[in-house]
Design a protein. Sequence first.
Lengths: 134, 362
Amino acid sequence: VVSHVVAPAVELPPGTRRIIEVEGRSIGVFNVDGRYYALRNACPHQGAPLCLGSIGGTMVESRPGEYRWEREGEILRCPWHGWEFDLTDGKSVFNPHRTRVRSYQVSVRSPEHADPSVETFPVSVEAGVVVVDI
Amino acid sequence: MTQYVHERAKNGHVGAGSGIVDVDVHPVPRSAEEIKARMPMPWRDRYQGERRAFFNNPVHGTRLDSKPADGPAGSDPDLLRAQLIDEYGVSCAILISRTFCNIHPDPDYGIAIAGAFNEWLADTWLSEHNADGVFKGSITIAQQDPAAAVEEISRWASNPHFIQVTMDSGARIPFGQRYYYPIYEACERFGLPLSIHPGTEGMGINHQPTPGYPTHYIEWHCAMSLSFQAHLISLLTEGVFERFPGLKVVFVEGGVAWLAPLMWRLDSYWKALRAEIPWVRRPPSEYLFEHVRLGTQPLERPDNDAHFAQLLEMMDGERLLMFSSDYPHWDFDSPKRAFPHLSDRVRERIFSGNARDFYGLT
């Protein structure tokens, strides 16, 4: 596992995301209400830039005529065909066992604990940095 | 399938020997008088044996050799036995009356026609002409009034020779919608599959499933599978088989070749749009395989038999298809000649086994 600094935490506030290139891979890093997620930015369906998709909840399984909107902020929809993925683990909603996108650990660390990375950013010690482990 | 075999079937009172099961055969009254006699007033006075007004076959609508001397084609049980039952070794012919009851704006009239045909079928083909039990019947319903349709189903459900309900695919709204649910509830409760048969598309009060009316019979006839597709998509997406897990549906007389691409298309869209129909918990094709079957006639027959084999494989025809002849209509499929060569196993499933499982025939 190699840790890569994504950005100073202050530059990735809640409701934002950043697409980074790491080791030749495009990865989307998200801050949803203070929770951080990172997914490979390539939909397993037809290669769309998945991490440009919308974030919301979904209608979970229900009885006919019943509507249950849940998981707000945890579902990423592909910007092309609309396939839904769980931001927390990269699994698709329609077939979590077979269709999934790679997900990565994200954390906020103090700068001195972050490994030197392919990209470095000027950061303040107090703010911390967002780090993704590849 | 086993869990959907209903109680009636488990009791095993529906005998059918071991030969071919033909899931679409059309018995016809010798004259309108046989129906009128079973109608209350004022319908008895009104009914003239009317058929649909348009898109009649310009050549002939029934096999010319199926017409007895004293009545219309399909009206003589002995002739039908000679030409279908004995000729091909059919051990069970599932009879579907062509009543056209669902074209009428007046639901009471439609109900009266359906009821009279059911009584006629019970009195004739299912009893006096049925010593060996080879004929099984379909309870015709007028879908203009679902509550009355439920009454009609209840009226006949205990007759062991009625083994399914039938309604026409000519309709005003797609079959997945809740308007129809009382009918499905009754089918499920009585353990009766529902057979959907085309022929009243664009007639009377029913929509025509093309952008406007076609000009010719050939166009109209070829387009009949369009309403099947619309109804099937509706049934699957509205979650009808989640609401009625015991419901079984067979589409007869719309051919089969359209099914595989529709199935792929629906499964593919479901991956993206499942949140719109969250009650569809699994790929729609899974419900299809569990609950839906197709009658084979009029069977599409590519010039290259290898293509037909591929078609069967693509849709798992060995599991989904049930042979139907449509006797005595003009596009009758011969059990001997309609299909290219099939392996013994596939032939047994399509010509017998699938229908025996579906209807619980013993």
